[in-house]
Design a protein around this ligand. Sequence first.
Ligand code: PLP
Length: 405
Amino acid sequence: MTAPVTTRSSADLIRAEEPVLAHNYHPLPVVVARAEGTWVEDVEGRRYLDMLAGYSALNFGHRNPALIEAAHRQLDRLTLTSRAFHNDKLAEFAERLARLTGLDMVLPMNTGAEAVESGIKVARKWAYEVKGVPADQATIVVAAENFHGRTTTIVSFSTDETARQGFGPFTPGFRIVPYNDLAALEAAVDETTAAVLLEPIQGEAGVLIPDDGYLTGVRELTRRKGCLFIADEIQSGLGRTGRTLAVEHEAVVPDVLLLGKALGGGIVPVSAVVARRDVLGVLRPGEHGSTFGGNPLAAAVGTAVVELLETGEFQRRAAELGVVLRGGLAALLGKGVVGFRARGLWAGVDIDPTAGTGREIGERLLREGVLVKDTHGSTIRLAPPLTITPDELTGALGALEKVLA
Ligand SMILES: Cc1ncc(COP(=O)(O)O)c(C=O)c1O
């Protein structure tokens, strides 16, 4: 245990939040004060294995030394310029990110939702200028149970009523089809369609993995119908599934890729729209922007993230340890687990409702020193840092077995 960082207890800090912090989250009762690698420590010095990794924003672990060093180096030199001027870090970030993803151009933003919003704007502009869709008629086809963020436009095409209720009026121009259903997609795409926007694996919905061939089918359909395929890899991308991108499992290259979360190395928000030149090239000065997007600190950290992914080590770890994760979960089938879906170091685990709700399992795991997050009632999501060791992973699976018994 290390020296306390505050004299206030966890209980006191949780109580202090209540009157002053908006209640838009229902966190587990743990107050984190420090972290290193796969472990976090609360204000009392108790240690927990982090099996959520900031919803995949911490793919490289907490305070990854290479990323912290890149951030420190940049903090000592230059942090923000705005895009009114060039900065000496942005070209390398864009070049290396484009090369990593096999696409041409990068639009740097900050949060995931901003990348999604930006992707929607670029697709609409492309539809009017390149495809020739009549003004203000462009449609974008999305999947039911999607999660792309929290802005007014994005919740306009959510099917989660909790995310929408009370936030209308909504942005028009979206068509919703069932996920993993190529016939429904075929029927929804017409001459007004600018893009099909999908998560290659639906994370928030419970790590829903489409059938083999679905993403290939989406690629073929969008090409045949003359609209863009936008893959939202904000949660599925950057090593999580055992590949740099989840679309690589079907060797699919989308027209537009949305990245975020782990791109900021768990240090700063960094997101990006990455696309072919004939798509992202539709943007001209003044049409879109962000004060913080592409700032030198973000670019330095983002470049260091790309450098880690260029080694292939994290993708390999996710693929190899994914075998351990799947094996461990398979052994729990019928022992409190009624089903699971997993790819790489990412799993949605459906808990037998008689064993407890997802929230209750999360609370019991917390007492065992393991952090997870529930989603959709009786499902928990496992997404540890890709730096997790086999022993740590086995330990987490053991804790899950214990709390389900
Ligand atoms: C697939 C996907 N897209 C977009 C977002 C939104 O990202 P942010 O919370 O950074 O706005 C998320 C966040 O969970 C996500 O999982």
